[in-house]
Design a binder for this molecule. Structure first.
Ligand SMILES: CCCCCCC/C=C/C(=O)SCCNC(=O)CCNC(=O)[C@H](O)C(C)(C)COP(=O)(O)OP(=O)(O)OC[C@H]1O[C@@H](n2cnc3c(N)ncnc32)[C@H](O)[C@@H]1OP(=O)(O)O
Length: 719
């Protein structure tokens, strides 16, 4: 709703009231329509101020209303009525003015913002465009290039940048509503002819066609198949080339396509999934709202390889004091330099001072005696990690949380090496740890709710999407990834090339296909993991038996490339060739093609034609099926957890919602039928057999994703 009061004698003050972000729900829109009318018809009122309660102007349209039968007054006529008013209307922007919130402000005649406010049109991130006139008013106000930048990226700007761009008229450090009321009193009675943005011509731009062509090309490239950014460019083009009324028609047409699209559904699902994972729960009943995190002021990182360095940077940038420990002197020196470099580059990018003095370095593990939390990031070897955990238990003050950055090892086993297993949790970062936005917080069977709450809170402070998951080999992300990688290798054995597989996955929307990703992370990394699992057999026998390990189909292709010293980018040879070590430009390598042909001949495999659809179905459905096993096992609390992990940690295209959402979109019956088909064709790959949960869901009529929890609960109660 919206509250109306008269202040300072002549100003009608309208306050939006819809916590937590004053979203423009139907009652709020109705409230605005009614109160604006009241202010305009009151002869005592000379001007109007619109603000939001609790220091927040408006978070935009109510996203929860999308996909429902929307009722109440529509936004566009409401904003037009404000712009057409014959009394000045001033927006007092505190906190945020986002999406429809900023569009409402653009309909006002003046905008005054608090210096800490953030403004933006983030609709594109929800698969939409600013369709309450934002795509037509913003370019008219700030020019085409700046509007394109804001609308196609959805980025938020500070009040200072908004002032510089001309979005707001004034910025204040003081009470914004008071400043707006004063301003409103001053402009009461003045002509509004020059204040209605819809009447502005779009600022002239030399070579408009070339500008739009260039922007469209860049947007298409970075969108990776997402349609909203492209529609945003088209809408701004309409603003630049058409009269306002026709531009609004175009905005409406484009929005109509986006509004009901699967991509918009996926992106809005992601928005809520990202927030839902914060409300974590464990199978033993512990949950986010009943578990109190401990304060963490000082942390330590043990082991300064790639991961340890990134974690150190992430912690320091969060404001913590960090003790970084590395026993090897040379490695310590190199790490110190690398960490300082990362901090300096990060600070330069953000325009702040680097926080080098927050970190102290040591070769001696005794240095961590008084920290609140330790993150162990030594080499992925259980014996070594066990030794470190025993040392930490002896050195650290009572109550220190002991976290491991293992990507796959058993958190319970590590916990059992310590006198206080309740203080042990996994904090699985993704490389580079100071950049990647995902953290898997792995609870063991004895981890205390407090320990989990602390790791989750720290993850949030570090700006990570933090997901609490149970303990199993590879947790959620890597457990699913393993099958994806395996299917990709099997496809090579059967006749595909790395280019074909990667092409299909990149066309789907992944930033890079599986083989380019493997070259980037290093073939030696995967080899070491498989070796640890007892899968690698050096040398090369031929025939069927060489491709069976531990009783099921195995592809030794990655091992064979490793044995050739082809580690990927770092050796400039892997699944592709690179001009020099570290170069990112992957070129096809005829050597790999001949190697694959020889390999197939040696194993009596006949290459067949494989198309993009098979690549996607084999790689993605295998992974999705494992996702259903994970839900069945209670390792992830819900499909949102898996989807957030894949979107934030594995490059799953956000506009496709995550693997479990994708399965829901494709249709569970179709996914099951395809899995059955591929399992029949490849009976030596047991994981292609549809999981119990998938079968149960299909048998229950494929209920929508937000109701899977009930089927999972039923399944658990039957066990
Ligand atoms: C044919 C129809 C035509 C319609 C015309 C459409 C034109 C306009 C479109 C829009 O305006 S789309 C919405 C644009 N706005 C946004 O994208 C903002 C989204 N929100 C955020 O970015 C953040 O929530 C925030 C506002 C920056 C606040 O962040 P903070 O970290 O402080 O809190 P959160 O945990 O994110 O949010 C708290 C709580 O509020 C819910 N929420 C936030 N924004 C909205 C919203 N616009 N609508 C509904 N609900 C919203 C959020 O989900 C959280 O609740 P829970 O999920 O935890 O219950």
């Amino acid at each position: 709703m919206a509250q109306y009061t008269r202040v300072s004698g002549f100003v009608g003050l309208i306050t939006l009231q819809n916590p937590p972000v004053n979203a423009l729900s139907a009652p709020v829109r109705q409230g605005i329509v009614d109160t604006v009318q009241r202010a305009l018809s009151d002869p005592e009122v000379k001007s109007v101020v619109i603000c939001g309660q609790n220091g927040i102007f408006c978070g935009g349209a109510d996203i929860k209303e999308f996909g429902t039968d929307m009722f109440g007054p529509p936004l566009i006529p409401m904003i037009h009525a404000i712009e057409a008013a014959n009394k000045p209307v001033v927006a007092a922007i505190e906190g945020i003015a986002l999406g429809g919130g900023l569009e409402l402000a653009l309909g006002c005649h003046y905008r005054i913002a608090h210096s800490k406010a953030r403004l933006g049109l983030p609709e594109v991130t929800l698969g939409l465009l600013p369709a309450a006139g934002g795509s037509q008013r913003l370019p008219r106000l700030i020019g085409v290039p700046a509007a394109l930048n804001l609308i196609t990226t959805g980025r938020h700007v500070t009040a200072a940048e908004a002032l510089q761009l001309g979005i707001v008229d004034q910025v204040t450090d003081h009470n914004t509503v008071d400043a707006a009321v004063k301003f409103a009193l001053r402009v009461g009675g003045q002509s509004l002819d020059a204040r209605r943005i819809s009447t502005y011509p779009c600022p002239q731009q030399p070579d408009l066609d070339a500008l739009f062509e260039d922007v469209m090309q860049k947007v298409r490239q970075s969108a990776r198949g997402a349609i909203a950014p492209v529609a945003c460019v088209q809408a701004v083009r309409a603003a630049a080339t058409l009269p306002y009324t026709q531009g609004m028609e175009r905005e409406k047409e484009l929005m109509a396509t986006l509004f009901t699209s699967g991509q918009a559904r996926a992106l809005q699902y992601c928005f809520f999934a990202q927030r839902a994972v914060g409300r974590w729960k464990m199978p033993n009943g512990a949950r986010w709202d009943t578990s109190k995190p401990r304060p963490v002021h000082k942390a330590a990182v043990i082991g300064l390889g790639t991961m340890g360095r990134g974690i150190t940077v992430a912690l320091a940038q969060t404001g913590l004091s960090v003790i970084a420990v590395e026993s090897q002197e040379k490695q310590l020196m190199e790490a110190k330099q690398a960490v300082s470099g990362m901090l300096e580059r990060g600070a330069k990018r953000r325009g702040v001072a680097p926080v080098l003095d927050r970190i102290s370095y040591s070769q001696d593990i005794q240095a961590v005696a008084d920290v609140d939390l330790v993150i162990e990031a030594v080499f992925e070897d259980m014996a070594l990690k066990t030794k470190v955990f025993r040392q930490l238990s002896a050195v650290c003050k009572p109550g220190t949380l002991l976290c491991t950055n293992t990507s796959a090892l058993d958190v319970d086993q590590l916990a059992s090496e310590t006198p206080n297993p309740e203080l042990v949790v996994g904090m699985h970062f993704f490389a580079p740890a100071h950049v990647m936005k995902l953290l898997e917080v792995v609870y063991g069977s004895r981890s205390s709710p407090e320990a989990v709450a602390t790791a989750m809170q720290l993850g949030k402070k570090m700006g990570k999407a933090s997901v609490a998951v149970g303990n199993c080999r590879g947790f959620v992300g890597n457990r699913m990834l393993k099958l994806y990688l395996e299917q990709a290798s099997f496809l090579l054995e059967e006749g595909a090339t790395p280019e074909l597989v990667d092409g299909a996955l990149e066309e789907f929307g992944f930033p890079m296909g599986v083989f380019r990703m493997s070259d980037l992370s290093g073939l030696d990394v995967g080899w070491r993991i498989r070796k640890g699992e007892g899968l690698v057999e050096p040398g090369m026998a031929s025939g069927q038996s060489a491709r069976i390990r531990q009783g099921r189909r195995y592809s030794p292709l990655g091992d064979l490339l490793y044995e050739q010293g082809r580690f990927g980018l770092k050796t400039s040879r892997g699944w592709y060739q690179y001009d020099k070590p570290g170069s990112r430009v992957a070129r096809s390598d005829p050597w790999v093609h001949s190697f694959l042909e020889e390999y197939r001949a040696r194993h009596g495999l006949v290459a067949r034609n494989i198309d993009h659809q098979e690549v996607l179905e084999r790689c993605l459905y295998a992974m999705i099926n494992e996702g259903f096993h994970i839900l069945e096992d209670g390792i992830a609390a819900g499909p949102e957890d898996i989807d957030v992990i894949y979107v934030f940690g594995f490059g799953w295209p956000r506009h496709r919602g995550g693997p479990m959402f994708y399965a829901d979109m494709v249709g569970l019956a179709k996914v099951m039928e395809k899995l059955e088909h591929y399992h029949q064709a490849h009976p030596d790959v047991p994981y292609l057999q549809p999981s119990n949960l998938l079968r149960k869901l299909v048998a229950s009529g494929s209920p929508p994703i937000h109701t899977w929890g009930e089927v999972i609960k039923k399944l658990h109660s039957q066990l």
